[in-house]
Design a protein around this ligand. Structure first.
Ligand code: MN
Length: 696
C-alpha cells in the first residue's frame, strides 16, 4: 500500500502547486473514517481508497481528483457526510465525492443485455464531471485486482459480469484502453476459467517453442524503418487472452485458426512519420486488403488515433501493426484522462477545465454531434433514467412524468395509477422526473386513465394507452346512451320484445352483439325505423311519413369524435359547417357541438373539450339569424323570397318585437354551410325591406 508521504510526493512530482496540507488531511481523514474496517483480503479498508488514489496519480490527475479518490467510499460506508466533506475539503471535492457515491448506489442490477446498456448510459448521464467517472473506473479496477480474495464464487462472478457488461465498455467509451483491457482480462478469468486456462497455456507453449520470434520480427520492423531514416520504437506483444477468445467466439474458429495472435506497435515522433512508416512497411511486406484503418485522419469517437494494418511476414504469419506518435499513444491508452492531465499542467494559469480540452480533441473530427457527445457526455441529456422501487432502471425522454414511467413498466400499472411517490415523497402524477429518481406508482383497481393526462405525458406508449382507455370508456358511455334510446324505441312497438327477437334483430342488422347494437343506436349509425323493422318486421308501416323522424342531425358528419359518439348541435350558438367548432363531452350525455366563440364555452363548463371539425357530407345544419324589417306591408314576403331564392328552408320563425317603425324576427334556416348562411345575410342586407340582418 502507498504510504501517505509517497502519495503526496507523487502528486507534487507532477503538480508542484498542489496543496500538500490538504492532501495529507484527506489521507488521514479516510484512515480515520474507515477505522478498523477490513477488506476481504484482510487488509485495512483504507488501503483501497489509497490504492485508487494511487491509480489516479498515474494519470497525473489534479488534486481534487486525488482527494476524491481517497474519500470516495467514506460517505457510502462510514459515518462521514457530504456536508462534513464540504466543510473540510471544499465544495468541488464534495460535489465529486457525491457524484461517485451516487454511482455506487446503482451497482448490481444489470441482468439482461438491455439493462446493461441502460446502466452504462445512466452512469454516463450521471457523471456530469468526467473525473467522477474516472474515479469510479479506478475504483472498479482496484476491486477487480483484489477480486480473488472474495470467498463467494457467486459474488465473484456477479462482480466480474458487471465489470464485463458495464465498466469495461465505459472505460472503452472514454478511451481508457489500459483500464478496459485489464478489467476484461480479470473478468474473463472469473467468468470463463477453463477458456482462460487453455488460452494462456497455449500462449505459453507458443512462446517457448517459437522463442524469440516476437522480438525477431520487432527487430526486423525496426531495421526496415531505420534504413528509411525513421527513428521509431517498436514493441511486440501477444494479444491478450480475452481478445483472442473474443475472436474465436466472433469468427467461430479454433485457437489454431487465429492467425494474428501477435501484434506490433510502432511509435513515431510525429504524425507525418506515421504515414512514412506505413509506406515503408507496405512496400517491405505484403498487407492484407481491407484491414487497413486510418484513425489518424478520422479518429474514433472517443478520440483514439492510430494507423492499423495487418501484414504477412516471411513464414506467412499475419501480424497486426499499429502505428502512432508517442503523444497519440499517451492519449490513446488513457483517453480523456491523459489529455486532461497533460493540458492542465501545460497551461500556465492551470484554469483550463477538461471541458474545453475535450472540445479541442474532437475539433479534429469535424462532427457537431460528436463534439456535443464528448464535451458534456451529453448524448443522454435528452433523456432521464428513473428506477422502480425494486431497482429496475427505465430510460425515458426528458420531461417524463410518473405516468410515463408507469406505462413504461406495464400498461396496467398506468391504467390503475392514482398517485406517485418520488424518492419516498408523495408527488402529483404530472411531476417531471429527474435523473436517478426512485418512483413508486400508487394504484387503485377502480381508477382509470384521465383525458387530462394527455396534457403532460411525453411518451408515445403512455399517450396511446391513455387514448385507448379513454376510447373504451367512451364506447361504454355511447352504449349506455344507445340503451336508453333503444328502450324508447321498444316502447313504440306494438308487442313485447323477447330475447330471441333481439338476437334475430342483431343478425338482420348485420351486427354481432347487443353492445354493438347499442353503440350503433347511440352513434346514430342506424335509424330508429330500422331498429323497429328489425325487431318487428312491418311495424313501421303506419309511420310512413318520413317527417316524423328527426333527421336533421343525422345528416351531419363531424370529424374528431371518437367511436362516432352521439352528438347534437348546441342550441345556444347554432354552429353551421364552416364555423370553428369544439365538442363538450359530459359523462353520460354525449357530445354537444358548439361554435368556438360561443359564450357557453367562455363561462367555463365542467366537461372535456374535443377538438372537432366538420365532415365532408355535411348538410342540414341550422343557422339562426336576426332580421329587422321595415314595418310596412310586403317586407316579410320579400325576406322570404330571399330565403327561397337561396334555397334555404325556414325551420322556425319568431317575431321578437314590433314597434311603429320596425319588426324584428329571429329565423332558423336550414343551410349547407357558413358560406351559404353568409350569402343569405348579405342578400338580406342588400334588400330595401331589411334594415338590419345578422347572424346570432
Ligand atoms: Mn471503492
Amino acid at each position: 500500500m502507498l504510504r501517505q508521504y509517497e502519495l503526496v510526493e507523487r502528486v507534487l512530482a507532477y503538480d508542484p502547486e498542489a496543496d500538500e496540507a490538504m492532501l495529507n488531511r484527506a489521507y488521514v481523514y479516510t484512515v480515520q473514517k474507515h477505522g478498523t474496517q477490513k477488506r476481504a483480503s484482510g487488509d485495512p479498508y483504507f488501503s483501497h481508497p489509497v490504492e485508487v488514489a494511487g491509480l489516479m496519480t498515474e494519470l497525473r490527475l489534479d488534486q481534487q481528483t486525488i482527494i476524491t479518490a481517497l474519500l470516495h467510499d467514506t460517505v457510502e460506508d462510514t459515518l462521514a457526510t457530504i456536508e462534513d466533506i464540504e466543510k473540510n475539503f471544499g465544495p468541488e471535492v464534495a460535489r465529486l465525492v457525491d457524484g461517485v457515491t451516487k454511482l455506487s448506489k446503482i451497482e448490481a442490477m444489470g441482468e439482461s443485455e438491455r439493462a446493461a446498456e441502460n446502466l452504462r448510459k445512466f452512469l454516463l448521464a450521471m457523471s456530469e464531471d468526467i473525473r467522477v467517472l474516472l474515479v469510479k473506473l479506478a475504483d472498479r479496477l482496484h476491486n477487480m485486482r483484489t477480486l480473488h480474495f472474495i470467498k463467494s464464487a457467486d459474488k465473484r462472478r456477479r462482480i466480474a459480469h458487471e465489470t464485463m457488461d458495464i465498466y469495461a465498455p465505459l472505460a472503452e467509451r472514454v478511451g481508457m484502453y489500459e483500464y478496459m483491457r485489464e478489467m476484461q482480462l480479470l473478468a474473463f478469468e472469473q467468468l470463463e476459467p477453463e477458456a482462460y486456462a487453455t488460452i494462456t497455456g497455449r500462449l505459453a507453449t507458443i512462446r517457448s517453442s517459437e522463442g524469440g520470434q516476437v522480438d525477431a520480427i520487432a527487430l526486423s520492423i525496426k531495421q526496415a524503418l531505420a534504413e528509411a531514416g525513421l527513428k521509431v520504437e517498436v514493441s511486440g506483444r501477444e494479444k491478450h487472452p480475452f481478445s483472442i477468445w473474443n475472436k474465436m467466439a466472433e469468427r467461430h474458429v479454433s485457437f489454431e485458426q487465429i492467425t494474428d495472435i501477435m501484434a506490433f506497435r510502432v511509435l513515431t515522433d510525429s504524425p507525418e512519420d506515421c504515414y512514412r512508416a506505413l509506406g515503408v512497411l507496405h512496400t517491405t511486406w505484403q498487407s492484407i486488403p481491407g484491414r487497413f484503418k486510418d484513425y489518424i485522419s478520422t479518429p474514433k469517437s472517443n478520440g483514439y488515433r492510430s494507423l492499423h494494418s495487418t501484414l504477412i511476414f516471411e513464414n506467412s504469419m499475419r501480424m497486426e501493426v499499429q502505428i502512432r506518435s508517442q503523444e497519440m499513444h499517451q492519449l490513446n491508452e488513457f483517453g480523456f484522462a491523459a489529455h486532461w492531465a497533460y493540458k492542465q499542467h501545460a497551461m500556465p494559469d492551470g484554469q483550463v477545465g477538461w471541458l474545453r480540452d475535450l472540445i479541442e480533441i474532437v475539433d479534429a473530427s469535424h462532427d457537431a454531434e460528436e463534439l456535443l457527445e464528448h464535451t458534456k457526455l451529453a448524448i443522454y441529456q435528452d433523456r432521464i433514467f428513473a428506477f422502480t422501487p425494486k431497482g429496475a432502471l427505465h430510460q425515458l425522454p426528458k420531461g417524463s412524468t410518473p405516468v410515463d414511467l408507469a406505462y413504461s413498466v406495464h400498461s396496467d400499472l398506468g391504467n390503475f395509477a392514482v398517485g406517485a411517490k418520488i424518492n419516498g415523497r408523495h408527488m402529483p402524477l404530472r411531476t417531471t422526473l429527474s435523473n436517478g429518481d426512485v418512483v413508486e406508482i400508487i394504484k387503485s383497481r377502480s381508477a382509470s386513465p384521465q383525458m387530462a393526462w394527455l396534457g403532460f405525458v411525453v411518451t408515445g406508449k403512455a399517450r396511446a394507452a391513455i387514448r385507448r382507455a379513454v376510447r373504451a370508456k367512451e364506447q361504454a358511455e355511447v352504449a349506455a346512451i344507445g340503451r336508453k334510446l333503444y328502450e324508447q324505441i321498444v316502447e313504440r312497438l306494438p308487442s313485447k320484445i323477447g330475447k330471441k327477437a333481439v338476437k334475430d334483430a342483431i343478425k338482420r342488422l348485420g351486427l354481432t352483439s347487443e353492445i354493438d347494437l347499442m353503440v350503433a343506436i347511440g352513434t346514430a349509425k342506424i335509424e330508429d325505423r330500422a331498429v323497429m323493422e328489425a325487431l318487428v318486421p312491418g311495424s313501421t308501416k303506419h309511420f310512413a311519413e318520413p317527417e316524423d323522424w328527426p333527421k336533421q342531425e343525422r345528416a351531419i358528419s363531424i370529424r374528431g369524435l371518437t367511436a362516432g359518439m352521439a352528438f347534437h348541435l348546441a342550441a345556444c350558438c347554432h354552429p353551421v359547417p364552416g364555423d370553428r367548432i369544439v365538442g363538450l363531452r359530459q359523462a353520460g350525455k354525449g357530445v354537444e357541438v358548439h361554435a368556438i366563440d360561443c359564450l357557453t364555452l367562455a363561462s367555463g363548463v365542467d366537461a372535456d373539450w374535443l377538438d372537432l371539425s366538420w365532415g365532408e357530407t355535411t348538410t342540414g345544419a341550422v343557422g339562426r339569424i336576426r332580421i329587422v324589417l321595415y314595418n310596412r306591408p310586403g317586407t316579410l314576403a320579400e325576406a322570404a323570397g330571399i330565403f327561397a331564392g337561396n334555397r334555404a328552408n325556414i325551420a322556425a320563425l319568431e317575431n321578437v318585437s314590433r314597434d311603429e317603425l320596425f319588426s324584428t324576427y329571429e329565423v332558423d334556416l336550414d343551410v349547407n354551410d357558413l358560406a351559404h348562411l353568409t350569402r343569405i345575410v348579405s342578400a338580406l342586407r342588400a334588400s330595401d325591406a331589411v334594415a338590419e340582418a345578422e347572424r346570432i
